[in-house]
Design a protein around this ligand. Sequence first.
Ligand SMILES: Nc1ncnc2c1ncn2[C@@H]1O[C@H](COP(=O)(O)OP(=O)(O)OP(=O)(O)O)[C@@H](O)[C@H]1O
Length: 233
Amino acid sequence: MTVPAVRIRDLVFAWPGGPAVLEIDRFEMAAGEAVFLAGASGSGKSTLLGLIAGITPCREGEVCVLGTRMDPARPARRDALRAAQLGIVFQLFNLVPYLSPLENVLLPLRFSAARAERLKQDGTDAHTEARRLLDALGLDAGSLTRRVTALSVGQQQRVAAARALIGRPGLVIADEPTSALDQDARDAFLSLLTAECRKSGAALLFVSHDRTLAERFDRQIELAAINPARQAA
Ligand SMILES: Nc1ncnc2c1ncn2[C@@H]1O[C@H](COP(=O)(O)OP(=O)(O)OP(=O)(O)O)[C@@H](O)[C@H]1O
């Protein structure tokens, strides 16, 4: 039986001093599944992604990612799992400003031997794969060696997506990665991202306010529908 990409049970989460933001009895994503997560502003989408990514520690309930429990894991263990198995595209991309696009894409391989090893098993070297991903995601060859700060928002987004995908992570998480783009650029980017995830077998959890994008996913979830803590949010 294939291990689910994400499995959550009886999760309760509140930020210090605040009310419960999340109360999720059950949530699952199958391996390789592409899920669109929608919800009102402040409903807890980013909080949920942080818990799944192991950036925020979970103290009540179970958060299991690709067969490994995140909730009891120490920070170093969560960091290692995230580096090996997760690709994350943040809202603000979090690219390293003084590195080129190519160097940014190669970074995850420095933090995870497992990721580098998967590339080897695929019979490709790191530079070839970084270039292939950037090309597949639509970054023109002339931009490969420029500083990322000299790139447009759309170009930076492609770099962030290629960095998330390198070394075949089992789960890609994307938090509003298209909010700065116009509709055409958004559609184009999403096609490329979903195609690359399918190709590498990665599950994709994609958060956006833009519900017009939802039909491109295997499944659409409204956070309030699984989270009684914020049904009114
Ligand atoms: N680091 C934090 N410390 C304290 N409270 C936080 C923190 N991050 C988020 N919150 C609170 O948790 C709640 C959910 O926020 P979250 O960012 O998860 O919502 P969201 O659905 O992603 O919103 P948006 O769509 O506007 O990005 C909000 O009330 C927010 O103020």
